[in-house]
Design a protein. Structure first.
Length: 320
């Protein structure tokens, strides 16, 4: 009788130990997932000793000039850093990322010439919009307008593409909003192609990271986005063509950062939006995008959005 009771207690104790061990292991796994997420080459929750984690906990977002920021690893869409990433912001010229990718997808022939009508320029000059340098009635290839959209942030290039593709900027904006909905940009609404301020023209840096991740899958967009300068062929107005310089690279002293490199980006600014930047960087064959908005300053001040990008990439690359 005593032997039976002892055996019973023994098996009960063994069962309890087993339950405790399983619970302990489960807790470690859950903790590993919540801290580090999915680890390269391993199942979620597996924590090899030799693994270097993609964690940006060492970057204090309080030290950023930008009020909103998100850092994403491009290949797996892992969010590495966030600061008010779902808060509504005004995108300024980061709008042109959507303008460019929609135009690329809607134009079967990027070498097709487009005439820029005189009517568009009056409103752009009145709004003090940034311009690439084309003039009324100039005949320009679509691909040259795309570089004009992304590098010098040319408003006339945006309107020229929009009117050619959809008949009017208003109709083109409807396509932009349809694309935003298709991509799951739930907190985004566009009212124009240029990013000129409108209270109903808004987004989030989270939504912009979704957009940029999508656009960079397009080879033409990526080539334009990462160009530091570009020269157009001669036109009926500019016999020597026009040379564009990227607004990012003009203000970036050195794109090389701790074994990595900033590959390209789009800047933006309005009084209401502050200084904004969407950029692409690479280290060890991996690509990362950083979207920031709401930095104080203007075109004449220090470029705080670019400073933030350098700070984030520098600190992150040092720990990867």
């Amino acid at each position: 009788m005593r032997k039976t009771k002892r055996k019973s207690k023994f098996w009960t104790l063994l069962l309890m130990i087993g339950v405790i061990v399983i619970a302990f292991k489960s807790n470690i796994t859950l903790t590993g997932q919540s801290l580090f997420g999915k680890i390269d080459g391993d199942k979620a929750g597996s924590v090899p000793v030799s693994t270097t984690f993609d964690s940006a906990d060492f970057i204090s977002t309080d030290n950023l000039h930008s009020s909103n920021a998100i850092l994403v690893r491009l290949d797996n869409q892992k969010v590495l850093l966030e600061k008010n990433s779902k808060q509504k912001v005004f995108p300024a010229s980061l709008t042109k990322i959507m303008t460019a990718i929609v135009a690329i997808e809607k134009l079967p022939d990027l070498k097709k010439s487009i005439v820029l009508p005189n009517s568009m320029f009056r409103e752009l000059y009145k709004a003090d919009a940034s311009m690439a340098g084309f003039t009324a009635n100039e005949r320009v290839r679509a691909i040259d307008l795309l570089y004009g959209v992304m590098l010098p942030s040319g408003g006339e290039c945006c309107i020229g593409l929009a009117e050619h593709i959809a008949g009017s900027e208003k109709e083109f904006v409807e396509i932009m909003n349809q694309k935003a909905a298709e991509l799951g940009m739930r907190n985004t609404h566009f009212t124009n192609t240029t990013g000129l301020h409108d209270d109903k023209h808004y987004t989030t840096v989270k939504d912009l990271s979704i957009l940029l991740s999508y656009a960079l899958k397009n080879n033409t967009f990526e080539k334009v986005f990462t160009a530091s300068h570009y020269s157009t062929p001669p036109t009926n107005v500019h016999s020597g063509g026009i040379t564009f310089d990227s607004t990012l690279f003009k203000n970036l002293e050195n794109p090389a950062i701790d074994g990595g490199r900033i590959l390209g980006g789009k800047t933006g600014y309005t009084n209401e939006a502050g200084l904004c930047l969407a950029s692409l960087a690479q280290k060890d064959g991996r690509e990362y995008i950083l979207v920031t908005a709401g930095a104080k300053g203007n075109h004449e001040s220090a470029q705080y959005a670019i400073e933030d990008a350098y700070t984030v990439y520098d600190k992150f690359f040092k720990h990867t």
